[in-house]
Design a protein around this ligand. Structure first.
Ligand SMILES: Nc1ncnc2c1ncn2[C@@H]1O[C@H](COP(=O)(O)OP(=O)(O)OP(=O)(O)O)[C@@H](O)[C@H]1O
Ligand SMILES: [Mg+2]
Length: 263
């Protein structure tokens, strides 16, 4: 069996009296595609935030490629090979698609320190080449010269995730990559995203509320409830779990309502 790229043990996060994450123990092998499900407030984003260094865990450990990264600053963790996208796309609205991608490519290549970021030229030959490659990979080259502010939501998502892939992370965490996307468009959007990430041999963990997308794209599913993982297995096994059906997924009509609530 593959050695884990990510290994989390007894991870927890407390905000005052609230346990947003409790006793999470998970190992993810290299190149696995893992879906994360759970109702609003279940702790999915908190879990991602602890891995990326945006939140310091209250207890537990996180190892990435065998190295302890628990509590390290997010810039350092990114430099080690973990990248992410947020629930809301993090792009520069007043720049063009190409300028956004080029900036991400330049930052992705820079030393992951404050000075490294400040002193990095935003238009080196290498970052231009990487930006053009990512635009093709995410099928957004036709939008190259459009201002990001004017993009349709799906293209905005592709740009955001393409930017997260700049710098060639080995682990990518996607927080609701299809939020704000119509049910009709979600599937094709995920196909573009996943084929791009697979071609870069990236290990992927993605948060998703739509169970059809989970079944279509995850090899494994972690189900979160009240800050902890209540089921972990293949999509078929996790979605058939009675606790998951009662507490999270429910009948299909409830999944669609859950997804719509995020639009
Ligand atoms: N910085 C914070 N300070 C206080 N409470 C927080 C903070 N961040 C998250 N929480 C709380 O922790 C719990 C888990 O939140 P989290 O954002 O991880 O949920 P989620 O599963 O991502 O939900 P959603 O599906 O709505 O995005 C919630 O009760 C939330 O209100
Ligand atoms: Mg969240």
């Amino acid at each position: 069996m593959n050695s884990p790229i990510l290994s989390v043990r007894n991870l927890g996060k407390r905000f005052g009296l609230l346990f947003a994450a409790r006793d999470i123990t998970v190992s993810i092998p290299v190149q696995q595609t893992v879906g994360v499900i759970g109702a609003n407030g279940a702790g999915k984003t908190t879990f991602i935030n602890m891995i990326t260094g945006h939140l310091r865990p209250t207890n537990g450990t996180i190892h990435f490629e065998g190295r302890d990264i628990t509590g390290l600053p997010c810039r350092q963790i990114k430099g080690m090979g973990i990248s992410r996208s947020f629930q809301v796309a993090q792009i520069f609205p007043s720049l063009t698609v190409f300028e956004n991608m080029c900036t991400a490519a330049a930052i992705g290549r820079a030393p992951h320190t404050f000075i490294g970021h400040v002193c990095t030229p935003l238009r080196s030959r290498e970052s231009v080449v990487e930006a053009e490659t990512l635009l093709e990979l995410f099928q957004i080259a036709p939008y190259r010269d459009r201002l990001a502010a004017t993009l349709p939501q799906g293209i905005r998502k592709l740009l955001d995730i393409g930017m997260a892939l700049a710098g060639s992370p080995r682990l990518l965490l996607l927080d609701e990559p299809t939020s704000g996307i119509s049910i009709e468009e979600k599937f094709s959007l995920m196909q573009v995203i996943m084929s791009a990430l697979n071609s870069r041999k990236c290990t992927v963990l993605f948060v998703e509320h739509d169970m059809d997308i989970i079944e279509g794209f995850a090899e494994r599913v972690l189900a979160f409830y009240d800050g902890t993982v209540i089921a972990d297995g293949t999509p078929a096994a996790t979605l058939a779990d009675p606790r998951v059906q009662t507490l999270i997924s429910g009948p299909k009509v409830r999944c669609a309502v859950g997804a719509a609530a995020h639009v």
